[in-house]
Design a protein around this ligand. Structure first.
Ligand code: BTN
Length: 278
């Protein structure tokens, strides 16, 4: 891959040749003595993250030079002032939606044209609630969103597997853009597509008072989200499992699941979702 990334994207953009966790770096800077120098939509990126953290206390593994770790700072505001923390629930979903669009663009651009009028098989790029990006059911990207300690904003960290080969994959359910398309993607293009989509989705959300319906984002994100309409098992943070059908996203970005045992609707704020194939 061609690094370092030369293009400057975001309100403040820094490429680090190496970082432990880009989220840790960004949170430390955005809350430190120089916090004023880190405005809304500041970005830190590396292709060599040595201590990546994942959701639910997991480790995020990424071999050097083969993936991107991107952290974006959000300090969301409405015309009336800062957006209250209890309305931050949609931002992690918007990050997943933005990366879904970026990955789709790469995968679609690489699709070989059909010969003799035959359509080449298309890959399915979808969002798995809350913010994993799957290609044909295999994970290519994940997001870890963390509240700043003073609750003045949010750090959205996204990892995307660009050039991992089959020996590098951290789990049996992972994939990379190289494995799907057969060529190493341009990291700059993936980054630019992701940041462009994320900033426009966030702007749209805030312009409409952080209302997922007025902004049209409930419909837009639902369209990308392969979890909706699927039979799912959700491992809830307390250790219990919820099995049922995912039927929607609520106003706070929670997943609404119809419990198969009693037909009741449950709103899930956090958990690990598996799509069940019966
Ligand atoms: C997950 O799927 O569990 C989330 C993975 C999030 C990884 C990203 S890479 C950039 C940022 N820095 C981290 O330490 N984690 C996130």
């Amino acid at each position: 891959m061609e690094f370092p990334i030369s293009r400057s994207i975001g309100a403040r953009f820094e490429y680090l040749p190496e970082a432990g966790s880009t989220n840790d770096v960004l949170v430390t800077r955005a809350t430190g003595p120089d916090a004023g120098a880190w405005p809304d939509l500041s970005v830190i990126v590396t292709d060599n993250q040595t201590g990546g953290r994942g959701r639910l206390g997991r480790v995020w593994m990424a071999p050097s030079g083969k993936s991107l770790a991107i952290s974006v700072l959000l300090r969301p505001r409405l015309a009336s002032g800062p957006l209250p923390v209890n309305r931050f629930g949609w931002f992690p979903l918007l990050a997943g939606a933005a990366m879904t669009l970026a990955v789709r663009a790469v995968v679609d651009a690489a699709a070989p044209g059909g010969t003799d009028g035959e359509e080449a098989p298309r890959h399915e790029v979808t969002l798995k609630w809350p913010n994993d990006v799957l290609i044909d059911g295999y994970k290519v990207s994940g997001v870890l969103s963390e509240l700043l300690p003073d609750a003045s904003g949010l750090c959205i960290g996204t990892g995307v597997n660009l050039a991992l080969d089959e020996h590098d994959l951290p789990t049996l359910t992972s994939t990379s853009l190289l494995l799907v398309t057969g060529s190493v993607p341009d990291p700059d293009a993936v980054l630019a597509a992701y940041l462009t989509s994320l900033s426009s989705l966030v702007a749209k959300f805030l312009e409409h008072g952080a209302d997922p319906d007025a902004s049209g984002l409930r419909a837009e994100v639902s369209e990308l989200c392969g979890t909706l309409g699927s039979a799912v098992r959700v491992e809830l943070p307390g250790g219990n499992d919820l099995v049922g059908t995912a039927v929607g996203l609520d106003t706070d970005g929670r997943l609404i699941v119809e419990d198969q045992t009693n037909g009741e609707l449950q709103a899930v704020a956090a958990g690990d979702v598996t799509h069940l194939r019966y």
